[in-house]
Ligand binder design. Structure first.
Ligand code: SF4
Length: 457
């Protein structure tokens, strides 16, 4: 094992050759690799347990939330999920792979994104210093559990970091599982792109059928659409309750995180149960904010805790680890297999608000929508001319979470800041990573933001 003196803690190499460590440096002796895995695994587990202990000790913990806490007892392992669900697990790097296609074939989609600071710290030496923390953490998870690299991956080409991930995987985990690349068109307004995206979906469907080794019936595909629509309806109700100030951000994002860790039916039932509990809670609308930007992923709930400590209520988000999980309903007009594939392709492409697309005019939509839905009636604050779209809303500001190295969201933040300020909302951009060192800085900035939320512009 090699000590990293750059502040990232002890780093471990993967099972492969480590670039930059001298020609022929090989870390493949099984005993050594096992030791590295064990140490990395312990560090990651400790972080998961610490966050879970924090959530478990909260005053607002309720028995209906234990289902979600149970699913994060330990970092997920594809082998464990496969054994528990008796379904083959397939990794998905982004939401641009409709879960319906997997479920129709008896496969289980497992979202690949790392939220662990310790996993990022045990990621292989030689990775780019400013690598997206989420993907660096994923690389570290593979060090601890090479099974994550061994399962087949579906990788939509969203940002540059994501598109480069297969190359890094090849370097550090040579010969591991297949990566099926799904070529994501960056323009939504070009009919050629729309057709190209449908063909990608049809190709993905064919690939998954081969993986599953079975021919699905049209009925099976429609049933899977129904299963995910029920999940959408349940989650949509959680979103509605959140607009009323009844769903703390930590519980909301924990629920979203666990969608990929159990059968959709079980998850839906648990969300419905939690909704009953949330509906009975007193609303907390004071100092309401909308959270946007790079994903916030369990166990790194640093920002959510800091928001809460600063007295801010998150009333909505458009994170791909949050509300965007099950964002749009599938508009199913044509129920042939091709019709369903087209509808799914359209839902996850047109409906996606990720800033990797060229046309991002709709990025502001969820902020305005949430602001309208959070109307408290009358509005306590005078708004500037032209800023009446959010008058009377409990959403008073936008918190932009920017992971260091995340270029699409960095560009997006510039545009969104201008637009949200025009609406009369406060805006704050918090550039951070998974490390704890900037807690105080973030906390001070949020404390400074709070009194301005009621002050108007
Ligand atoms: S969009 Fe940002 S957070 Fe998501 S994978 Fe790319 S760089 Fe990372």
């Amino acid at each position: 094992m090699r000590e990293d003196n750059s502040g990232g803690g002890t780093r471990a190499g993967g099972a492969g050759t480590v670039p930059g460590s001298g020609a022929g440096s090989v870390l493949t002796a099984e005993g050594r690799a096992e030791k590295i895995r064990e140490k990395a695994g312990k560090r990651i587990l400790a972080e998961w347990e610490a966050e879970r202990a924090l959530l478990s000790a909260r005053d607002d913990r309720h028995e209906s939330l234990d289902y979600f806490l149970d699913l994060v007892k330990a970092p997920p392992s594809p082998a464990e999920i496969e054994a528990r669900l008796r379904s083959r697990v397939v990794g998905v790097v982004c939401l641009q792979a409709p879960p319906e296609l997997f479920l129709a074939l008896g496969l289980h989609p497992y979202r690949l994104y790392g939220g662990s600071q310790n996993a990022a710290a045990v990621a292989q030496p030689g990775l780019p210093a400013l690598m997206c923390p989420l993907l660096k953490s994923l690389m570290g998870e593979m060090t601890a559990d090479p099974g994550t690299a061994g399962i087949p991956w579906i990788l939509p080409t969203t940002c540059d970091w994501t598109s480069g991930l297969p190359s890094l995987k090849d370097v550090y985990f040579p010969g591991s599982g297949d990566v099926r690349v799904v070529d994501l068109p960056r323009s939504k307004e070009n009919p050629v792109s729309t057709e190209g995206w449908f063909l990608e979906m049809a190709g993905l469907w064919k690939y998954l059928k081969t993986l599953a080794g079975r021919k699905p019936s049209r009925g099976g595909l429609l049933a899977a659409v129904g299963t995910v629509e029920r999940a959408r309806a349940a989650f949509g109700e959680t979103v509605r309750l959140r607009r009323e100030g009844r769903v703390p951000a930590v519980w909301f994002l924990l629920a979203a995180r666990t969608f990929f860790l159990d059968r959709a039916e079980n998850w839906t039932r648990a969300v419905e149960g939690a909704n009953k509990h949330f509906a009975a809670l007193e609303p907390r609308l004071k100092n309401g904010v909308f959270l946007t930007g790079s994903p916030v992923v369990y166990p790194n709930f640093k920002l959510l805790h800091l928001l809460e400590e600063a007295g801010l209520s998150v009333l909505g988000d458009d994170l791909c680890s949050g509300e965007r999980l099950l964002f749009r309903h599938v508009a199913l007009k044509d129920k042939s297999v091709e019709g369903v594939l087209r509808a799914l392709a359209q839902t996850c492409h047109d409906g996606c608000l990720c800033p990797v697309f060229v046309e991002n005019k709709r990025r502001l939509g969820p902020v305005v929508e949430a602001a309208r839905e959070c109307a408290v009636g009358g509005g306590k604050t005078a708004r500037p001319p032209g800023g009446d779209k959010t008058a009377g809303s409990a959403v008073r500001g936008v918190v932009f979470h920017l992971l260091k190295g995340c270029h699409p969201y960095e560009i997006d933040s510039v545009v969104l800041e201008r637009e949200t300020r025009r609406l009369g909302l406060r805006f704050i951009r918090l550039e951070t990573d998974y490390a704890a060192e900037d807690r105080l800085t973030i906390s001070n900035r949020l404390e400074a933001l709070r009194p301005t939320l009621d002050a108007g512009d």
